[in-house]
Each structure stands twice: as C-alpha cells, then as structure tokens.
Design a protein. Structure first.
Length: 239
C-alpha cells in the first residue's frame, strides 16, 4: 500500500464519526493462537460437531468440557497482538467505535477494547442450561462437578453449531454496521454468516476496508482490500 493511499485511509479514519470493526480468527492467529480445529488432539479423534453442538454436549458433556479446557489453556498462553492493542487505541480516539468479533478468546478485552460485541460468546464463562446463572470458567472450574443446583448443567457460554446468535448482540452489531462511516474487516474469511454480511453494502453504507493477507469471500465486495497482516497495518493506523 503506497504512502498516498495509506494517508487517505488515515484521513478517512480521522474524519469518521462512527467506526465499526469486524474481526475473525486471523487476528488471534497473529497472537499465536491455534485456530478452532488446531487446539490439542481431541478434534482429530472426534468430529467437530461432537465437540461444539448441543447434541454432542448432551451425549458426553465431560468430553466437550475437556476440549474447551484445552482451548481455554491455549487462550491463557498467548497475549493480545499489536493489532489487538491498536484497535483499543483507535477506540479511545474515535467519536463512536464498535468492535464486533467472531472470536471467543477475550483477547480484544484483554487489549483494552471496551465496546466489544462478541457474536459467538466468550469462553471466559459458563452458563446453566436451565436458568440464567453464570460463573467464571477459570482454574477453579471443576470438570467433574457440572450439575447446577437448579437441576441444569453448566455449559460453555458460547454459540454452538445449530444455535442462533444472541439476538441483542446481533441487533447491536447490525446497527453499528448500518450507522458506520468507516468499517474495518480484519482477519475473517467472510464465509461465516451472518457475521460476514455485516460488511456488505446490503447492511452498511460505510467505506469498507478489508485487512487480510489472503483473498476472501468479501474481497470483491469491499471498497479497499489491503493484502497484509493486521499487525503490519493497524499499529500504523493507530500511530
């Protein structure tokens, strides 16, 4: 990306009254976090649907929790990347800023982002299958004590295959996209719906900039596509 086009993008960012950012697993991969199917070896012996679906959880909740415990440990072993921290810097300077993420690793929050919409939930908590109770998913969580007093069972507070996204979170994400002047799409393949649709002109009138080292399903639909890693672009935008 030449200096003139980069300066233009920085100017658009500075002038934007409202900024919306959509992030996917690519930004977490730049922190060294394995992708969904890359944590541990459990998924190699089990179909992903067995480990990330209500049906799989009903069949073997301990197996499912064991796999998510591996994922939580992987999350704890990495730090937010310079790209995560740059987005937090941009939020502090923007008039209105909404970060929408498909990731469940909490790295955006750890980097300092505040207005974060986690479309697929977060692995830092467990929730009861029967009532509204929640509890932290941390080192004190006992994988052998999953029953809740109400008669329900503790499950990860994330969205599984076959489940709908939280309505309030999804509506807030679409409103942020609809009202944005500038939208950054970072590290997402553009395949997973409905998240990917946020960056299309059907949902937003914003100037849409994709930051991804590879071409994606969204590339033909955005206003500008930057072929680079987020850690190589976002810190410069935030400088």
């Amino acid at each position: 990306m030449d200096d003139d086009r980069f300066s233009e993008l920085r100017g658009r960012l500075a002038a934007a009254g409202s900024v919306c950012v959509l992030t996917g697993s690519g930004i977490s991969a730049e922190s060294g976090l394995p992708t969904f199917r890359g944590v541990g070896g459990l998924w190699r012996a089990h179909r992903v649907e067995e480990l990330a679906s209500p049906e799989g959880f009903t069949r073997d909740p301990h197996l499912v929790w064991s796999w998510y415990a591996e994922r939580r440990r992987a999350h704890a072993q990495v730090e937010p990347s310079p790209a995560h921290r740059a987005l937090a810097q941009l939020e502090r300077r923007a008039q209105r800023f909404t970060l929408v993420t498909q990731n469940v690793d909490s790295l955006h929050r750890r980097a300092g982002s505040r207005n974060v919409l986690e479309l697929h939930g977060a692995l830092r908590e467990a929730r009861c299958t029967r009532c509204t109770a929640r509890r932290p998913f941390d080192e004190s969580f006992d994988l052998d004590a999953l029953a809740h007093d109400c008669g329900g069972i503790w499950r990860p507070d994330i969205v599984w295959f076959g489940e709908s996204l939280p309505r309030d979170v999804l509506e807030a994400a679409f409103e942020a996209a609809r009202t944005a002047d500038l939208m950054l799409v970072v590290g997402t393949s553009g395949i997973v719906q409905p998240a990917a649709s946020l960056a299309t002109k059907r949902c937003t009138g914003a100037y849409v900039v994709e930051i991804n080292p590879e071409q994606t399903a969204l590339t033909p639909l955005v206003d500008r596509s930057i072929r680079a890693r987020a850690t190589g672009v976002l810190p410069l935008l935030a400088a």
